[in-house]
Write a protein that binds this ligand. Structure first.
Ligand code: ADP
Ligand code: MG
Length: 716
């Protein structure tokens, strides 16, 4: 970096370049643009709505809409769209051009009203609603979320003004991710302010969760991708033998970024920066062909939207570079899958991070209360956190030897664990372990200060300095649900603490007792050891921590009495909304596995088995020819026998999978069906995959119909 900004405008050996500081946010209707373009009164009203949630009148909205349209047209926009997050897992949009009905002169005007900005009425009947909305009540509304800035997206469609919106039914139930997220932000704001006031803070006006999601992804060659129906339909490989080399040399992680990938990353960054997404870190990940992109953290609502923009941009730009971006949690068996680390903290409008322990955490009573409240929240609602990361793709990761285990525990590190131990054993903490100097033994290398705490990559929920990192989230999933859960469970813990403390005669004593009580009661959730080990699974069971191994086992957590009480107490979800979400999740799981099973059936019956038969026939021909020539055909005969045996196994497994998938698909939708897919269809899929992967290692590459793992992972 040169000075504060990366210089990219002018001419260099790499061609023309532009300054990042100049392009950053150029396609965002941000505060600067609003101040420049909106009349002062209108700007102030909008600002008040953004900050305090007051209502916007239509006249004000008209002025904003007009200016937004003028600004977007200057950026080349022809259309606008309400951009929202229905429960499909991907964003939705319907484009309308700005043109009005043609005038008598035959010309058109470009118009955009306040009403169009604030409210949209998409037909809700084709979005998942989990029974919240009967099809005859198809009306749904999108409502402008002015706390997440509108932006212009440039792509093959030209330029489109995207307006982030919430999406709800005619009767006001949330049909999206944003509505409950915003509700959960209100809950944690209210309870955090109560807590701060108890500690004498009279100045902070608002508390907001901040989130930085680290996005992992794979890149594969587009031509090879298009030869694989499994990648096209399921987003992951359903067959594929391991290449001789995987990730065992650790040579890809943080390795030199190849030029083709670097050019891709450069374009991704540029496009993201223009849309105001602060893409910051990029590197090669553990598996071959795997990479990561992390933005600088932002308010959770914006972080959720930005993460969707990141995923869309990663996919779109890949196509322009002759590649495909795989966001699936487990595109390849045998090498690491992808996740999304959700870094979460809570900060006041005047810059106080409630998760900052300071240099001497043992003296920081407010921090210790916040920390122990979080221990309590996570211990009490581990099932909900686990559920928030449940996704068909994540079933392949959680608990396997790469991602955090399916058991929720918290890593605090030596320093905080020591403080907690002191609190529990003696009732008060008197000192904090200090980070020491790190000496390398090389005189020319400066000694540096070590952190008081090492990292732990195996923990699903790790304290990392001044934030918690929730590492279970799937790479493809929206980060909304995990943050809805985090915000709400912590709001509940804060509320319960405030209820006690506000009523206490002696605050100092009461807070001291409460911290000790929470630390003692919820000590079982703290685990600083190796989360990948079998010993931990046994130990966690002894401690009574839930080990929820699959999505279908996780979903029921949404509708327990505990969950309904939590979410209704804080107005985040109604009971009906929770039931609907559980139903949608069960259906989504069943549908995902059904697609995978049908894809396998198609691949096996139309391409794999015919190719294997062809190869077996050529072996048989060869046996005859060689024998006729009086030579030794034992190699061919041996291979033929092996191939034929595996072929028989494959056909049997295929017939079985076909029958079972038909049985599964004919069942009534819901939990029972999803469980059947998990318990019966998935094992039948594995049974088909095994002999075919074995055959891939034997059959002539010339006749194998699909690019291999080696082709996909090492020839991007
Ligand atoms: P790593 O965990 O890989 O070392 P970093 O510590 O740089 O990475 O942070 C990863 C993500 O966490 C980034 O998106 C970063 O902006 C975000 N982050 C850093 N500090 C905070 C914070 N206080 N609250 C929320 N997110 C944060
Ligand atoms: Mg990290």
């Amino acid at each position: 970096m040169l000075h504060e900004e990366i210089i990219v405008k002018g001419r260099g050996i790499m061609g023309e370049f532009t300054k990042v500081s100049e392009i950053f946010g150029e396609n965002v209707f941000n505060d600067t643009v609003m101040q420049e373009r909106l009349p002062k009164k209108v700007y102030q009203k909008l600002k008040k709505t953004i900050e305090e949630g007051s209502d916007l009148d239509l006249a004000t909205a008209d002025v904003i809409a007009h200016e937004m349209k003028e600004w977007a047209i200057e950026k080349g926009a022809t259309h606008y769209t309400h951009w929202f997050l229905p429960l499909t897992g991907v964003t939705a949009e319907k484009h309308d051009s700005f043109i009005s009905a043609p005038l008598p002169s035959g010309k058109v005007l470009m118009s955009f009203s306040g009403k169009e900005l604030i409210k949209g009425e998409p037909d809700a009947s084709s979005f998942p609603s989990g029974g919240l909305r009967a099809t005859f009540e198809a009306r749904g509304y999108t409502v402008w979320d002015c706390t997440s800035p509108a932006f212009v997206r440039q792509d093959a469609a030209g330029a489109t003004l995207c307006i982030p919106t919430a999406f709800c039914s005619y009767t006001g139930e949330a049909l999206d991710q944003k509505t409950p997220l915003l509700r959960s932000m209100e809950a944690i704001n209210k309870q955090s302010l109560r807590l701060l006031r108890l500690f004498g803070n009279t100045t902070s006006k608002k508390v907001t969760p901040s989130v930085g999601p680290e996005q992992e992804y794979f890149l594969v060659d587009a031509d090879k991708f298009l030869k694989r129906p499994d990648l096209i339909f399921a987003g992951r490989t359903l067959f594929g033998a391991m290449p001789p080399k995987g990730q065992e040399l650790d040579d890809h992680y943080f390795g030199t970024i190849r030029q083709k990938i670097a050019a891709y990353m450069k374009q991704v960054n540029t496009e993201l920066w223009k849309m105001g997404v602060s893409a910051k870190t990029q590197h090669n990940e553990v598996a071959p062909a795997q990479h990561e992109l992390a933005p600088i953290y932002s308010e959770v609502n914006v972080a959720v939207d930005h993460n969707q923009i990141v995923m869309q941009t990663l996919k779109r730009v890949a196509c322009q570079h002759g590649m495909k971006c795989l966001l699936h949690e487990k595109p390849f068996a045998g090498v690491n899958g992808s996740g999304k680390h959700n870094n979460w903290s809570i900060t006041t409008d005047d810059g106080i991070n409630l998760l900052d322990p300071g240099k001497t955490p043992h003296e920081n009573i407010q921090f210790l209360l916040v920390l122990t409240c979080i221990l309590k929240a996570v211990d009490k609602h581990a099932d909900l956190l686990r559920e928030s990361a449940a996704d068909p793709g994540n079933d392949h990761r959680l608990g396997a030897n790469e991602a955090p285990p399916a058991i929720i525990s918290i890593f605090l590190g030596e320093q905080l664990e020591d403080v907690l131990d002191q609190l529990i054993s003696t009732g008060s903490a008197t000192h904090s372990l200090k980070g020491s100097k790190l000496s390398t033994g090389v005189s020319t290398l400066t000694d540096i200060n070590k952190d008081a705490t090492d990292r732990n990559r195996t923990s699903p929920f790790a304290f990392t300095g001044n934030k918690f990192e929730f590492r279970m989230v799937g790479s493809r999933d929206s980060i909304a649900q995990p943050n809805i859960v985090l915000n709400t469970i912590v709001a509940e813990a804060f509320k319960e603490a405030c209820d006690v403390l506000e009523a206490a005669d002696n605050f100092e004593e009461a807070v001291h007792d409460l911290i000790k009580q929470y630390a003692t009661d919820h000590q079982r959730i703290v685990f600083n050891g190796n989360g990948y080990s079998d010993e931990w699974v046994a130990e966690a069971e002894r401690r009574g921590l839930p080990n929820i191994r699959s999505m279908v086992e996780a979903i029921p957590a949404l509708t327990t009495e505990k969950s309904v009480k939590l979410f209704t107490d804080f107005n985040v979800f109604t009971e009906a909304e929770l039931k609907a979400r559980a139903e949608i999740q069960f259906e989504a799981y069943a549908k995902a596995i059904n697609i995978e099973a049908k894809t396998m059936i198609q691949m096996a019956s139309k391409q794999l088995i015919p190719a294997i038969i062809k190869y077996a026939t050529s072996l048989a021909d060869s046996v005859n020819t060689v024998k006729a020539a009086g030579a030794n055909a034992s190699v061919q005969a041996g291979l033929l026998e092996k191939v034929s045996d595996l072929l028989v196994q494959s056909q049997k497994a295929l017939d079985n999978l076909t029958a079972i998938t038909n049985e599964a698909a004919s069942q009534d939708e819901g939990q029972k069906q999803a469980v059947f897919y998990h318990d019966v269809v998935v094992p039948a899929m594995n049974e088909l995959r095994a002999p075919i992967d074995e055959l891939e290692m034997i059959v002539d590459k010339e006749v194998w119909p699909y690019p291999s793992y080696a082709d996909l992972l090492f020839e991007v």
